[in-house]
Design a protein around this ligand. Sequence first.
Ligand code: ASP
Length: 318
Amino acid sequence: MKPYSLVIHGGAGTILKSDMTPELENAYINGLEESLNDGYKLLEKGGTAVDVVRAAITALENNVLFNAGRGSVFTKKGVQEMDAAIMSGSDLAAGAVTGVRNVMNPIELAYEVMMNSNHVFLSGKGANDFAIKQGLKLMPDDYFFSKFRYDQWKEIRDSDNYYLDHTHQDITELMKDKKFGTVGAVACDVHGNIAAATSTGGMTNKKYGRIGDSPVIGAGTYANNLTCAISCTGHGEPFIRAVAAHDVSSLMEYKGLSLQDAMQEVVHHKLINLKGEGGMIGVDANGNTAMVFNSAGMYRAMQKSNGEKVIGIYKDNI
Ligand code: ASP
């Protein structure tokens, strides 16, 4: 049996221990652990990388602490519009959705697009209609509501600002008990197939049908058995301009870099040059893993068949 591994993230940004209460820290660790367990259980049983990342993301979407599915941030119009993407590295199949409302698990809709639509990317009403057609579970607005994110939005809704869910900027007070974000998962299964998935509510107060990097194949999400599976988190616009996830793959394919070195290059050089704050998680088809970020922290966790397991929040420690 080949080595297998799973890595997840719950968003990156200005995540500081000094802003965190022990209760909140525990809640995040539990949320990460639950998602890791859901995915890893499947991996151990021989589940496919695609099914493993779906399971890990579903747990995070259902957890109100994370900015994806339930607990997504509010747009300029005061509603939640969610984005998600999934990609399979064995055949380069991909599915993505943007501007989706009331779908309980946007990652399942992305999966349906990949498997059953003949398309890769669906948006807005078309994506919602497809969710209904495929019999996916819809939930009322109340289900997605979280008071913290509502207050966060109220604070800036009359401005043209939009905020990364995780970063202080000039709203330090408001962000004191902030809750962070976008979620992602990458896995390498027992057959050496890899997959990536990302799901998000995007950025608080985003407007005009803004689409971030998360559902854009090659920007926030990418998988190819020849190189790597990547899921990104951070300020989406620079990640799109950097074509960040695919850039890691290109450095591995054309320059022969390792997963870790390629991710370091993109996160610490290319993205920094574009003022792109955030990070990414990755696996390759040999089960190697990496978690790299240029922000103060990134909610992250990984588990490997060699027994290694890590859960982290801040730069140097948990
Ligand atoms: N990358 C996401 C976006 O720009 C936000 C995040 O990672 O929290 O929509």
